[in-house]
Design a protein around this ligand. Structure first.
Ligand code: B3K
Ligand code: ZN
Length: 850
């Protein structure tokens, strides 16, 4: 395996103007014929080197003449051709085996359907090609398959022909008018139910909307259809971006490595992000479906019309598109609650990545396996970087920047620098220093010092940036810090400070007494905050800041301080003032969803991110102790809120979602008290919706309640034939906080419905155990680590991408105390000796053990 470097980028020696593909689909021997119009762009380039993996070369022709064997060489990864003509037609026939393709990259079978996944470098598993995003071509595709088994044959663009063929076969032809890189190519063949809809664009064109789902699932596709229409309208209204083909198709499949894929005009989705109905989907599922449908739709402009020059620029499309989907969700629902959720994800997962062995800038500089870089850093931190540009420019100038970006680069493959330059040219805002966010990794620490004298308030901000992989020091970044100053329980000043050096001081005049600071309003920068605020100051911010994020975050800081105190000393006595502060959350006149977030304590991961080399069991115990203290002291408030927010029949609407969230947070607290546990049983039995059912089950699993076994059995009987719901069942079972968990896990692995070949299943059992069962994943015997490592070893052969994602908790061993580090390292070292170790795992193991 050889690493690739951003600094080695060179333009392609050859271009491909058009490519015509014919697929003769068959389970183990699909024939792909590719005819390309190729041109030499660099006169000094002698050889045409095409990428290709796991392909059987059947034939090769130049301008319809067989190419003699002495003119080409085939290796495991390439086809190199000696061609003297400067322009020629190259025809390549390959044979591939979709049925046995368990990596789910290239062409594979999911259930009974054929489908493809080409991003990042999967197209090379379909045919020999210049598999890089800056080679853009016009694609036409002909798909041939058995008509009875595969009534729908789909590809990108518009359908141009269809008809029957001998032996019960049929074909369709597709033409995509927009030149694209091959990673956006897709083919699907199967027997589906089809939900049809339509959308009229602002320029009055009619777009056919088609959602393909497994037979019988049509009623579960309506929410996805409604979400798609909302996305299309939002992008027109917010960014003036209009859809550009006559048809937009979405296919839902059960076997998929990630959430979804934005192939031009033909999105392929993990069915988890399409299918929902009131009985089987949670509020979170409904929310996520809308967000992912939006995300993939928004890629049509940010990703497809303007794409990436090379894969190091991935954040160009992903950071920007995540920012767009976050804004969309904020507009559709509560903006502050969404912002809180974004920040929780960033703090719990991205901060850990930034502190771990795979830390990389949002624009990585060195890559062994590209699939390893579809990360929280590239996506979520990437979105934070775009958000900071939005904050620094203001909404109007940001929009001007977007307009200029499209005007300049439509139809091109460009870089992150091209994006920032468009932003700064359109706005006149200097972003030279800001660019460092693209090449510096690690989470900056923002320290806050306050001073007060002679009616003057002084604020000193200091940034500390972690040293980089190459040993160089972290440099000062351009950090927007939005603040509020509170005097007499009122915000009297609001300002956006721009920290552009290591340390800066601001002074504010005319204060009678020292104001209370609310800092990082709306989480204006992805940094860790180091600030000493008293409980009293935090309570003031919680009650009187205008910015909801600050109000929420002050509560989190307060709780975090006490969780830390308990980690230091488990006999630390929590003060009763904490109860008063918490009671104020119940009493405030705020919306339920926001209250639910305020009542939720910092998660295990969020706490781990704050403390060096921590004992994980101490973290679990400290969080549990704070929770128990609060519910013991405020039982009546939790109980009243729980009862007051019991809704009647299920409805997915903002108000009801908030009520359920608040009620279920209260239930989670109450379930710690024995005399309240009947509420869990009662909710499980009476629930008419998946949100409440799962909330009750989670209480049973987290507290290992006696009713758990019966509930799991009942749930399994009811849902055994609904795959997406059984994923939830496996997750819940893996989350059981019980000394018997390891024998349970063995039984779950042997369950007839369990298979590591299905990524959703693998994630729900293996992933959920290692992420959401910290007490046993981190148990002192090392059994938890061993369990994960064993599954990873199996997945290494089946599906390297999934294996490589699931290994995350193990490679972050440096966050924990030395005994754990030793145990985790030992498992990682064992994995290095696997035969057929995939590139994906190798890259992470090497980084972790370096
Ligand atoms: N672009 C795809 C992700 C592809 C992942 C390849 N391993 C989905 C998305 O971000 O929209
Ligand atoms: Zn994306």
């Amino acid at each position: 395996f050889t690493a690739r470097y951003l600094s080695d980028y060179q333009v392609s020696n050859f271009s491909i103007a058009t490519v015509d593909l014919t697929f003769e689909l068959a389970d183990t021997a699909t024939i792909v014929t590719s005819t390309m119009a190729i041109k030499r762009e660099n006169k000094n380039a002698k050889q045409l080197v095409l990428d290709g993996e796991q392909l059987k070369l059947v034939s090769l022709q130049i301008n319809q003449q067989d190419l003699p064997e002495s003119y080409y060489q085939v290796s495991d990864t390439q086809l190199a051709l000696d061609i003297s003509a400067d322009e020629f037609i190259l025809t390549i026939v390959t044979e591939i085996d979709p049925l046995n393709n368990t990596s789910l990259e290239g062409l594979f079978k999911s259930g009974g359907a054929f489908c493809t996944q080409c991003e990042a470098e999967g197209f090379r598993r379909i045919t020999y090609y210049l598999d890089r995003p800056d080679v853009m071509s016009t694609f036409s595709t002909k798909v041939i398959a058995d008509k009875k088994s595969y009534p729908y044959l789909l590809s990108n663009g518009n359908k141009t022909a269809a008809g029957d063929l001998p032996q019960g076969k049929h074909f369709t032809c597709w033409q995509d008018p927009h030149p694209k890189p091959c990673y956006l190519f897709a083919v699907v063949a199967g027997d589906f139910d089809l939900l049809e809809g339509s959308f009229t664009t602002q320029d009055k064109r009619n777009v056919a909307l088609e959602i393909f789902v497994d037979k019988g699932n049509l009623p579960k596709a309506h929410h996805a259809m409604a979400s798609l229409k909302k996305s299309m309208l939002w992008d027109e209204e917010t960014f003036g971006l209009v859809y550009d083909l006559d048809i937009y198709m979405i296919v839902a499949v059960d076997f998929f490595n990630m959430g979804a894929m934005e192939n031009k005009g033909l999105n392929v989705f993990n069915s988890k992000f399409v299918l929902a109905d009131n009985e089987s989907a949670t509020d979170t599922d409904f929310f996520n479906i809308e967000a992912v449908i939006g995300h993939e739709y928004f890629h049509n402009w940010t990703g497809n019309r303007v794409t990436c020059r090379d894969w190091f620029q991935l954040s160009l499309k992903e950071g920007l598109t995540v920012f767009r989907d976050q804004q969309f969700s904020a507009d559709m629902h509560s903006a502050p609650v969404n912002r809180i959720k974004n920040v929780r994800l960033l703090r719990s997962k991205q901060f850990a990545e930034d502190a771990g062995p795979m830390a990389h800038p949002i624009r990585p500089e060195k890559v062994l396996e590209m699939n390893n870089f579809y990360t929280l850093t590239v996506y979520e931190k990437g979105a934070e970087v775009i958000r900071m540009i939005n904050t620094l420019l203001g909404a109007a100038k940001f929009r001007k920047g977007m307009d200029l970006y499209f005007a300049r680069f439509d139809g091109m493959a460009v870089t992150c620098d091209d994006f920032i330059n468009a932003m700064s040219d359109a706005s006149g805002v200097d972003l030279v220093l800001f660019k460092a966010w693209y090449h510096q990794s690690g989470t900056p620490i923002l320290s806050v010092e306050e001073g007060f004298s002679n009616e003057q308030y002084q604020l000193t901000l200091t940034q500390t940036n972690p040293s980089q992989k190459d040993g160089s020091e972290g440099k000062a970044l351009h950090i927007p810090v939005a603040i509020e100053l509170i005097e007499n329980n009122k915000v009297i000043r609001r300002q956006l400070l721009e920290l552009t050096s290591e340390q800066q001081t601001w002074t504010f005049d005319n204060f009678v007494e020292k104001p209370v600071l609310a800092v990082l309003a709306d989480f204006s920068a992805p940094v860790k905050l180091s600030i000493n605020q008293t409980d009293q100051e935090l309570a003031t911010v919680m009650a009187f800041a205008d910015d909801e994020f600050c109000r929420w975050d002050a509560g989190q800081q307060l709780m975090l301080n006490y969780i830390k105190a308990l980690i230091d000393d488990s006999s630390f006595a929590l003060p009763n003032s904490l109860l008063t502060t918490y009671q104020a959350i119940f009493d405030a006149n705020t919306d339920n969803a926001f209250k639910a977030e305020q009542l939720s304590l910092p998660s295990f991961d969020e706490v781990v991110a704050e403390i060096a080399q921590v004992d994980p069991i101490k973290v679990v115990n400290a969080i549990a102790a704070v929770k128990l203290f609060l519910v013991t002291g405020l039982t009546a408030s939790f109980e009243k809120t729980f009862i007051d927010n019991k809704a009647s029949a299920y409805k997915y609407s903002g108000e009801e979602v908030g009520q359920r969230a608040l009620k279920n947070v209260c239930l989670s607290y109450l379930s710690l008290l024995e005399q309240q546990q009947s509420k869990v049983v009662e909710q499980y039995q009476s629930s008419d919706n998946m949100t409440d059912t799962l909330a009750a089950l989670a209480c049973s699993a987290d507290n290992n309640l006696v009713d758990l076994a019966g509930q799991l059995q009942h749930f399994e009987q009811k849902w055994h034939s609904t795959a997406l719901v059984m994923d939830k069942w496996f997750s819940l079972a893996a989350q059981q906080c019980s000394t018997n968990i390891f024998s349970s896990l063995d039984r779950l692995l042997a369950h007839p419905l369990f298979s590591l070949k299905n990524p959703n299943r693998a994630r729900s059992l293996v992933g959920n155990f290692s992420v959401n069962n910290p007490r046993y994943f981190h148990c002192q015997s090392g059994q938890g680590y061993q369990f994960l490592a064993e599954q990873i070893a199996l997945l290494n052969e089946i599906n390297p991408q999934v294996a490589s994602r699931l290994i995350t908790p193990l490679i972050q061993f440096r966050s924990f105390d030395l005994p754990r580090q030793k145990l985790m390292r030992a498992e990682l070292e064992k994995l290095t000796t696997l035969k057929n170790l995939s590139k994906d795992l190798k890259e992470k193991l090497d980084a972790a053990l370096a």
